[in-house]
Design a protein around this ligand. Sequence first.
Ligand code: ADE
Length: 249
Amino acid sequence: PNTTGLIFAMREEQEGLQTLITDQELHHIAKRSFIQGNLWGHPVVMVLAGIGKVAAASTTSLLIHHFQVNQLLLSGVAGAADASLKVGDIVIAQELLQHDMDASPLFPRFEIPLSGKSRFSAQQDLSLDLQKATQAFIQEIHQHLSAEQIQEFQLQNVRMHTGLIASGDQFIHDKQVLNHLKQALPDLLAVEMEGAAIAQVCEEHNLAFGILRTISDSADETAHHDFQSFVKNVAAPYTLGILKNYFEN
Ligand code: ADE
């Protein structure tokens, strides 16, 4: 059967998902708990990887080698890097790049040395399926979030975006840092800390992956404001709703 690996960086991002997994088997490897079972009838392995590129890369490797996953999905939050994105919007990665990779002058800035590339593409089919699931979710957002939550977090006009996501071992909370990055990468939509690491490992193993992110902040000085609350109350229900649509179609 086709097994999907589900990676999360933070506990709050996977809130509510564990109780939905049936036939659970628990595996402890490398200080992580892997929950194997079925989600809406589909075989999955869910794991809390931890934050950052190393955590994401090593966990991805474990999912591939210990669990033989056939595809991999990460869902979580990201900071907006483009003015057209607002908090509560959803980004599905088409390309991923490691913004803190810089071996210049030996290699061009952002290029992964010896790979000849700086951008990794998410798998087309998987991304399209995620986009469909997300669009359907946006239409039915009232079924997943209360009127109070929609009001409090101003989620009346949620939009979906697809494009470039950049990852680095840095929580970006400074407009100047963000602007520098945006100058080097004009098409950049969002910043986070894991996606491009997963992308690199999956590319090396020829494995399909998709990266789904809810915008939690604008990567500026206001970035930490009510972060935990947003992740729990908005990003986690988004993930549940979108994954449900994805697996049930
Ligand atoms: N994840 C959510 N917001 C982020 C930010 N501002 N920088 C990096 N990762 C993030």
